[in-house]
Design a protein around this ligand. Structure first.
Ligand SMILES: Nc1ncnc2c1ncn2[C@@H]1O[C@H](COP(=O)(O)OP(=O)(O)OP(=O)(O)O)[C@@H](O)[C@H]1O
Length: 310
């Protein structure tokens, strides 16, 4: 029968390809998502994250390779899989004709819940989304963060064991993002497996137990946020900012590795302060300087030579 063992991965892909015409958006990726984890796809626009998510969501057929979701083949058991998933698309697609509560209730009815059960479910999800006091409000005037929380609440009407979130916090202000992350932590604590695409390295670091870094349709690295940073980055990073167009000073010998960006130089070193003193000692005068720890942004830069967000 279709179904999953406790230990078998919730999602398993081998040499998975998505092709549009003669363009390969996803170029043969392997991955496993385990039950209960928060798994991330980190990469810039066009990396192939959404294309992969849509195949996992069983709404877009794979072009080549193997894919199993909840132990089933989406090309055979698409409806079964979709019934057990929650999907939060990149763009909110709430019904603006309906109130907040109705958006949940009507959706619950689509999933076959009785009128009374749908009403109880909506009440529970309003509480989860911290929108109980807005239950009878129109959707349109809600803030971006509230709309996102409502979209997430709506994706939960069928009690999915796997929730797919495509760039859940793009466009939200920091406070709204933190509120939303908090809701996602709560879902994870309840045992829901999360798959998240993002081009925000801090989101990936905060939320994901494991992630793959994607670029140009390929997976270029895989691991935990801390593991990836330890593998591809030094303990500290010294950032020296310069006016664009200013000649690059000679600092390459002061660090293990140096990246030159249009407005700054990044020195990868175990001892940022020492490198800064040495730079000052030889007359380097940046507009400003900063010693910080390594991040997934540094990992991405190291792997691809580019920044995640331009
Ligand atoms: N339906 C389609 N037809 C043709 N090309 C497509 C289609 N969907 C996506 N692509 C292309 O495939 C590549 C990967 O797109 P995808 O949306 O998967 O990337 P992404 O990493 O999710 O980025 P984004 O954050 O922009 O969604 C892009 O170059 C995109 O233009």
């Amino acid at each position: 029968m279709h179904g999953v063992h406790e230990e078998s991965p919730l999602v398993e892909a081998k040499a998975l390809v998505k092709r549009f015409g003669d363009f390969d958006a996803v170029r043969g990726i392997d991955l496993e998502v385990r039950r209960g984890e928060a798994f991330g796809f980190l990469g810039p626009n066009g990396a192939g994250k959404s294309s992969t998510m849509r195949m996992i969501a069983s709404v877009s057929p794979r072009s080549e390779g193997e894919l199993r979701v909840l132990g089933m083949d989406p090309s055979v058991h698409g409806p079964h899989i979709r019934a057990r998933l929650g999907v939060v698309p990149q763009q909110d697609n709430l019904d603006v004709e309906l109130t907040v509560r109705q958006n949940l209730q009507v959706y619950a009815r689509y999933f076959g819940l009785s009128r009374a059960t749908a009403r109880a479910k909506a009440t529970e999800l309003l509480d989860f989304a911290q929108l109980s006091d807005r239950a009878d409000a129109e959707v349109e005037p809600l803030s971006g963060g509230m709309k996102r929380r409502l979209t997430i609440a709506r994706s939960l009407v069928n009690d999915p064991e796997l929730l797919l979130l495509d760039e859940p916090t793009t466009g939200l202000d920091p406070q709204a993002r933190h509120l939303l992350w908090d809701r996602l932590f709560r879902l994870k604590a309840q045992g829901v497996t999360l798959i998240i695409t993002t081009h925000y390295m801090d989101e990936a670091e905060q939320l994901c137990d494991r992630l793959v870094v994607m670029d140009g349709g390929r997976i270029v690295a895989e691991g935990s946020p801390a593991g990836l940073i330890a593998r591809y980055c030094t303990r500290e990073v010294l950032e020296l900012r310069f006016a664009p167009g200013e000649p690059v000073p000679e600092v390459a010998d002061l660090a293990d590795r140096v990246e030159v960006l249009p407005d700054r130089i990044l020195l990868y070193t175990a001892e940022g302060e020492a490198a800064l003193e040495a730079a000052h000692g030889r007359g380097v005068r940046p507009l400003s300087s900063l010693v910080r720890r390594g991040t997934l942004e540094d990992v991405f830069l190291h792997l691809t030579g580019r920044t995640l967000v331009d």
